[in-house]
Design a binder for this molecule. Structure first.
Ligand SMILES: Nc1ncnc2c1ncn2[C@@H]1O[C@H](COP(=O)(O)OP(=O)(O)OP(=O)(O)O)[C@@H](O)[C@H]1O
Length: 264
């Protein structure tokens, strides 16, 4: 059963949690589908330059949370602020600062790589000259400049993912959201995509929220938000969450957190 019928545990306050002025600030966010509570009072922050893993099992509420942050769903309870812009009151300013890579691939396989990027840039109202300059910069960065005029269907899964990330960065967002972006990729491609997004955090100060159910996608130095059955059980740097739970590894911390307080 997916409803929460018992009182949730208090999230553990962990040192090293969101900086004073995070790029993404989520406070008291709740969402229900009829009688089913998908999110119940979720709060956390993602600061600039931090790769933050939103870690949760299937059904934890990750996609619902992303749908609220991207305004696919309206926020009815709680608040979402992006760079200080409230999603309800200033959605245009907030959304302009977000780049998204959805769980399902969204490139048009029959268009070329550059056509996909131009289309996205046009939707964001970028000038054609800016689109060309930024597209060639992003494609060079992911090592796919020479594939710009090829149809997307000729690319590997990992290359397509990197093009999706390049596309999401075209309008220069401050916050990049990725929902299970490594689904379907082999171990090596997964590592490459993870390395690439870590580099973006470090080099551009991008705030990243990376949703996954794969614990090994969180590295030391990353932030982590443990979401379980619609509740945040812990958030902070990986090392701090481990220390607060008395666990040697994040695997162990996750098992301890999800075994206590929230009933199946
Ligand atoms: N459109 C919907 N209508 C009804 N219930 C929904 C809907 N979308 C999600 N849910 C329910 O909300 C809860 C959270 O689902 P959500 O898809 O957000 O989780 P998730 O962490 O993204 O899981 P997954 O990794 O499987 O995608 C689940 O109990 C799910 O069944």
């Amino acid at each position: 059963m997916d409803c929460f019928e018992t009182a949730p545990p208090e999230p553990r306050a962990v040192p090293g949690d969101a900086a004073a002025d995070p790029v993404l600030a989520v406070e008291g966010l709740s969402h229900s589908f009829g009688a089913r509570t998908a999110l119940g009072g979720v709060s956390f922050g993602v600061p600039a330059g931090r790769f933050t893993v939103l870690l949760g099992l299937n059904g934890a509420g990750k996609t619902t949370l992303f749908s609220l942050i991207t305004r696919i769903y309206n926020t009815r309870r709680g608040s979402i602020r992006v760079f200080g812009f409230d999603m309800r009151r200033h959605p245009t300013q907030a959304l302009a600062r977000i780049g998204v890579v959805f769980q399902q691939p969204t490139l048009d396989p029959d268009l070329t790589v550059i056509q996909n990027l131009r289309y996205h840039g046009g939707l964001h109202g970028l000038a054609p000259a800016d689109i060309e300059a930024r597209a060639s910069e992003e494609l060079a960065r992911i090592g796919l400049s020479e594939r710009a005029d090829e149809r997307v269907r000729t690319l590997s899964g990992g290359q397509r993912r990197r093009v999706e990330i390049a596309r999401a960065l075209l309008h220069r967002p401050s916050l990049l959201l990725l929902d299970e972006p490594t689904v379907g990729l082999d171990i090596e491609l997964r590592r490459q995509v993870l390395d690439h997004v870590h580099d973006l955090c470090r080099e551009r100060g991008l705030a990243v929220l990376w949703a996954t159910h794969l614990i090994d996608e969180a590295r030391d130095g990353d932030g982590v938000v443990v979401l379980h059955r619609g509740r945040v059980l812990a958030s902070g740097l990986v090392e701090a969450v481990c220390a607060a739970t008395g666990a040697a590894t994040l695997d162990d911390a996750f098992a301890r957190l999800t075994d206590t307080g929230v009933r199946e």
